[in-house]
Design a binder for this molecule. Structure first.
Ligand code: PLP
Ligand code: COI
Length: 361
């Protein structure tokens, strides 16, 4: 499989593009091109086509509209100090995409083919990659079930699409986010789709997110479906809890029990925090541990992490059990240190000891 290039013959003029890249927001503007590939049970994957960004035309009986067979990824391209561009651990996204596909009975896309589509789109639309630290080109690969029919069965046709949007920080990095701990709605149960990055998980999370907003909170933190006490993750980010301070601090994250999305940022931070001299632990953290820990001062900092969010401090937590505050509402010292260490590698200003960056330009 290869990517056949038929780029947009009428790209946006450079002055207007630069204006958009200078104030990117998140998901506000899309680049000039996209990549599309088709799969059918009978013939496997087609070559992919890089073509002008634009609407998809689909029969109303296309399966994805009815039974939600959809998966996606989120990854970023970063400008390097010499003006080049790197992707961060793209093979990890490709592997997770294949795992999500298996869970949702969509076809698995070969890792090299997935990465090639990303490389080709970023090379073509390189003028859309912001250059400020903390800004990037956010890539959104996704796959939908495109067999036409209403029978409930795995689709025998799938369409892969890759789009890109210049992105600033998802949250204001200078401010801690507030979270609503949902005790009413769960995100995932064992045997369900919590480990997969499928659209259905996000659809199911929106009611809790709406409730969070009504409670004056920015985000939702979910707890486990069975005992209703173990902290899992947020709607689009993993969580980290820090006990103690200075180099004696311990950095903990909820264990991957089968219901959490195994975040690539989460995984990178486990390694980075060790390198910075901290002890790390993947463990079970209950809502009581959270409340008692911040009240006693044992838990000194909490942050959320993900591709879109990077590293964002978590401040107040609110639930039906009450409200409690971590720190003073500003990001803590270790949160800032980890954020800077991660961005340093991604933007090429710190050594890339683990070969996480894939230089493409
Ligand atoms: N958890 C959920 C539910 C997510 O949607 C994301 C975002 O991708 C993450 C965690 C963080 O994963 P990653 O660090 O791979 O972006
Ligand atoms: C990401 O960080 O890539 C996500 O998918 C989170 C959210 C924007 C859905």
């Amino acid at each position: 499989m290869k990517v056949i290039s038929k780029p947009n013959t009428k790209p946006l003029d450079a002055a207007e593009r630069n204006k958009r890249v200078a104030e990117p927001g998140f998901g506000k503007y899309y680049t000039d091109n996209m990549v599309i590939a088709q799969w059918s049970e009978a013939t496997g994957w087609s070559d992919a086509t890089l073509q002008a960004y634009g609407p998809l035309s689909l029969d109303p009986a296309t399966m994805v509209f009815h039974y939600g067979q959809e998966i996606f990824e989120g990854m970023k391209a970063y400008t390097q100090p010499d003006g080049g561009i790197s992707l961060f651990r793209p093979e990890a996204n490709a592997k997770r995409f294949a795992k999500s596909a298996a869970r949702i009975t969509l076809p698995q896309m070969p890792v090299e083919f997935f990465v090639q589509t990303v490389e080709e789109l970023v090379k073509q639309d390189k003028g859309w990659v912001p250059s400020k630290v903390g800004e990037s080109l956010y890539l959104r690969p996704f796959m939908i079930a495109t067999e036409v029919g209403l029978g409930v069965r795995p689709s025998n046709h799938a369409t892969y699409v890759l789009i890109a949007t210049p992105a600033a920080a998802y949250f204001n990095a200078a401010k801690a986010v507030t979270v609503w701990i949902s005790t009413e709605y769960v995100r995932a149960a064992l045997g369900g789709t919590g480990e997969a990055k499928c659209g259905g998980n996000y659809a199911a999370s929106l009611l809790a997110q709406k409730q969070a907003a009504q409670e004056g909170c920015d985000q939702v933190a979910y707890i486990d479906a069975v005992e209703r006490k173990w902290v899992e993750e947020m709607g689009g980010m993993n969580l980290y809890f820090i006990k103690g301070s200075g180099k004696a601090a311990k950095i903990m994250t909820p264990k991957l029990t089968g219901t959490l999305l195994p975040g690539i940022t989460r995984d990178s931070i486990l390694t980075l925090a060790n390198d910075l001299g901290y002890k790390t632990e993947e463990t079970m953290i209950s809502i009581d541990d959270w409340r008692d820990g911040v009240k006693s001062g044992e838990i000194t900092e909490i942050f959320a992490c993900g591709t879109a969010a990077v590293v964002s401090a978590v401040g107040a937590a609110k639930s039906v059990h009450g409200t409690w505050q971590t720190g003073d509402g500003n990001p803590g010292v270790i949160t800032n240190e980890i954020r800077a260490a991660l961005l340093g590698i991604q933007h090429g200003s710190a050594p890339d000891k683990y070969g996480w960056n894939k230089r493409i330009i």
